[in-house]
Design a protein around this ligand. Structure first.
Ligand code: PHE
Length: 462
């Protein structure tokens, strides 16, 4: 749309690079840290099934819509939504998608950086603290970290500088090269861990936990958390993927030739890889939980307790373990960049220098993140809780389980009902018309309905 602004942000070198960047955004703490621990908290198989259903029915169609809107708008999500709303003769109301998404991205960035900081700490701790580890000693390291605001703040600071540093240099130069190396390595290491987990003797117990459907465990909260997580893990509902879609030209290099790129099949690959990583992380972690008599519902600490324990018992475990946490940091890094990018791109379009915009967003998110840092120590007491949740849990619940699904609902309605059909169809370039019709029906009816039902149910209305 706005031709002058495009080179300013850059475009992806090829379809493959787009896939890596979007997968880099999707695969992160959500897959390796959060998916296993919430699965543990909400009781396993039934939760996993709802999560998978949400990915299929809501996540994939909404991701397709987000990339489509982004590519059509060609700008940061806020400006893209303003432009597209105008074009559809829609009301300014739809700009809300851009603004709410920007806010959600900012809030998520603030706590994401703190948790990524934990992984960063483990990179340094792995070589020293985890030789001959026991369940108790590993737990003590984790609890010690949480009780220490200074270390948490330091790690949070380093991670925020790393993240906004890349955004400051433009996503193309840093990110493209980074994801090419990091993503395949991450897959290899997960496979190594998975291999180890099969030898603990508790692999089938882990599998049963993940895949046995026990409907009685499915509470209203479990359903909303599963749906929220399907948005979080695919980076949906806040414009991160929309921003990446904006850097995707209509024609891209595919296997060395310039071709029009269909959005649907590209999105499918990203969603598939993301889901695969989450399931593999679960299959690696739960056997270790059962083999060591740990608690599946251990909460946010699950990965930080089980994995060091597993690594410390493996041959060359210290090396692999250190490498693994390096890769968790990288996975988080390639995600956090996509949280900062929409906001920075918006400021740049408003005349800011990219470096300054990145510093501003970084400083603000760092300050807000201190609330999360203190949620684990100074302000962990009940007197600091609201609705039984501390600051971190509140921000996390509000963004993941409310703002992202709401954003997704609005995106689905806008792309399905408000935007001109011909525009959407042209932008998607789907080869198979039947697939297009299915997508459209799901996006218009099934996805919004599913989101609405989960919301109403969670708030006790139905
Ligand atoms: N998808 C990322 C993860 O699973 C988190 C994320 C959410 C990134 C929203 C960008 C936008 O860790």
């Amino acid at each position: 749309m706005n031709k002058e602004i495009k080179p300013l942000h850059g475009v992806w070198a090829s379809r493959w690079v787009f896939i890596l960047a979007a997968t880099g955004s999707a695969v992160g703490l959500g897959n390796i840290w959060k998916f296993p621990y919430i699965t543990g908290e909400y009781g396993g198989g039934a939760f996993v099934l709802v999560y998978l259903a949400c990915i299929l029915v809501i996540g994939i169609p909404v991701m397709t819509a987000e990339v489509m809107l982004g590519r059509r708008g060609g700008l940061s999500p806020i400006h893209t939504m303003q432009a597209l709303a105008k074009q559809a003769q829609g009301r300014r109301f739809w700009s809300l998608i851009g603004y709410m998404g920007a806010l959600a991205g900012f809030l998520i960035l603030s706590f994401y950086s703190v948790i990524a900081g934990w992984a960063l700490y483990y990179v340094f701790k792995m070589p020293t603290a985890f030789t001959d580890a026991t369940a108790e000693s590993v737990d003590a390291v984790y609890k010690g970290l949480l009780a220490d605001p200074a270390t948490l703040t330091g790690m949070h600071f380093i991670f925020m500088v790393l993240s906004m540093g890349v955004v400051a240099f433009g996503v193309n130069r840093g990110l493209e090269r980074m994801v090419r190396i990091v993503m395949p390595l991450l897959f290899v290491l997960l496979a190594v861990l998975l291999g180890y987990a099969t030898t603990t003797g508790h692999f089938s117990e882990g599998l049963a936990f993940l895949f046995t459907f026990e409907p009685e465990k499915l509470t209203a909260e479990a359903v909303i958390v599963a749906m929220g997580h399907s948005f979080f893990t695919l980076s949906l509902g806040l414009g991160a993927i929309m921003a990446y879609g904006a850097y995707m030209p209509k024609e891209m290099m595919v296997g060395g030739v310039r071709k029009p790129v269909s959005i649907g099949s590209t999105v499918l690959i990203i969603a598939l890889l993301d889901t695969l990583v989450a399931l593999v992380a679960g299959m690696a972690i739960f056997p270790i939980v059962f083999a060591n008599g740990l608690e599946p519902a251990a909460g946010p600490g699950l990965m930080f307790v089980t994995l060091p324990l597993a690594f410390s018992q493996m041959p060359m475990g210290i090396l692999f373990g250190t490498l693994f946490f390096v890769l968790v940091v990288f996975a988080a890094w390639s995600s956090s960049i996509s949280l900062g990018e929409p906001l920075v791109a918006w400021l740049v379009e408003r005349g800011w220098k990219r470096v300054r915009a990145s510093i501003l967003i970084g400083v603000l998110a760092f300050i807000l993140g201190m609330g999360t840092v203190f949620s684990f120590n100074l302000y962990s007491g009940e007197e600091y809780q609201l609705f039984g949740r501390n600051f971190f849990e509140l921000v996390e619940f509000l963004t993941t389980n409310i703002m992202l699904p709401l954003g997704g609902l609005l995106i689905a309605i806008f792309a399905g009902w408000v935007m001109k059909e011909t525009h959407a169809r042209k932008e998607l370039m789907m080869k198979n018309f039947k697939v297009y019709l299915v997508w459209r029906a799901v996006l218009r009816i099934l996805a919004p309905l599913a989101i609405a039902v989960v919301f109403l149910h969670a708030f006790g209305i139905i």
